[in-house]
Design a protein around this ligand. Structure first.
Ligand SMILES: [Cu+2]
Length: 366
């Protein structure tokens, strides 16, 4: 199933004010992206779990992580591959790359994430063969769900481009260990060989003259702090989750992540009895997800949230297949959070990634 997610709204903030530009396979603007953080189910093999779930895949051999850091251009290029993708192969049958780990070699801010699929000669490969990719900072817990690592970037087949938000970035420290989960499939009739996933990441160092404010990705999930995937029953259904905020601050904007047959995501501040955002999914006639809108609060200075606010997330789906789709749904509102007490969130960092509750299961593999 194609996962179109949307949220990464990162693009959120951009451009004309952040207005998004996420492009999808269908030329429909989307704010979409696969969400990672999402761990699709639980896994016995450590981290992989959150996204990959209890799925046990064959391991794709000889897949490497190559990272080039161009100091002069302030650009890090993270490359995963090579991958061989036979035609008509589901993600369950496709051998999958192991988790890969990037140790960030600089202090500074990651400003954007531009994913791209290509072959060894740099030729284009359609985004649809990417089931999802997720980057997690193992040195930081998620501020809403500390049982998870901080999920800093994700994309799916729609290849959501996370654009810069002028003046803001995601702060990293030298030595931060970024865990990269990649899952591929090939729903097309064409086999692809020698495929690489490349993510270009512009960054800024602290010495640069312009100050950068740190935002934090906020993943507000209908599964609360559990694994994000859930079984999708036939017909119209609603799934509801809650998270409690432990920090005050503002949301700069939100987007969302759903799968096919998604209809709507709603984020409410129950404490305040206010609807923060209603995001109506855009689907085609078959119910395939095309995109989820992004709602920007930045112009008004952000949507203010207070410590101890209860947030409620509701996802509505309409599954026309007449069958339960196992692990077929996710409902996540994703935004950028700007804390009022920056040092409190910065202080969540752990020198030793193993101190986070999800113990690394596999060894680094480069
Ligand atoms: Cu998903």
């Amino acid at each position: 199933m194609r996962i179109a997610i949307s949220f990464f709204a990162r693009s959120l903030l951009v451009g004309t004010l952040f207005v998004t530009s996420m492009q999808g396979q269908d030329a429909t603007p989307k704010a979409t992206s696969d969400m990672p953080g999402v761990r699709h189910g639980q896994s016995s093999d450590g981290h992989g779990g959150f996204m990959q779930g209890g799925m046990h895949h064959a391991i794709a051999k000889d897949v490497r992580l190559d990272v080039k850091v161009d100091e002069a251009a302030h650009l890090a290029t993270v490359r995963v591959g090579p991958l061989a993708l036979p035609a008509n192969t589901s993600h369950m049958k496709m051998p999958q790359p192991q988790e890969l780990f990037w140790v960030v070699p600089f202090d500074g801010w990651l400003l954007a994430y531009h994913p791209k699929l290509m072959d060894g000669q740099g030729g284009d490969i359609p985004g649809v063969v990417l089931h999802h990719v997720a980057f997690w900072n193992m040195n930081r817990p998620d501020f809403l769900c500390p049982n998870k690592e901080e999920h800093i970037f994700g994309a799916g087949g729609e290849m959501t481009d996370w654009q810069k938000v002028p003046g803001f970035g995601y702060q990293v420290q030298k030595g931060d260990k970024i865990r990269i989960e990649t899952m591929v499939h090939n729903p097309t009739t064409i086999s692809y060989q020698d495929v690489y996933l490349e993510v270009s990441i512009p960054f800024q160092e602290p010495s640069a003259s312009a100050a950068v404010k740190s935002y934090y990705p906020a993943w507000m999930d209908v599964e609360s702090c559990n694994n994000s995937g859930y079984d999708l029953k036939p017909g119209e259904t609603q799934e509801v989750g809650n998270v409690t905020l432990h920090f005050s601050g503002v949301l700069l904007g939100v987007g969302g992540h759903m799968h096919d047959y998604g209809k709507q995501l709603v984020l409410e501040d129950v404490t305040r009895k206010e609807v923060v955002a209603t995001l109506d999914a855009k689907t085609n006639e078959q119910g395939q997800l095309l995109g989820i809108p992004v709602k920007i609060f930045f112009e008004q200075g952000g949507y203010a949230l207070a410590t101890d606010d209860q947030l409620k997330i509701t996802a509505t789906y309409n599954n026309p297949t007449g069958k339960v789709l196992h692990d077929g749904a996710m409902g996540i509102v994703v935004g950028y959070f700007l804390p009022s007490n920056g040092p409190a969130l910065a202080g969540l960092r752990r020198e030793d990634p193993s101190l986070l509750s999800n113990k690394p299961g596999s060894s680094p593999n480069q």
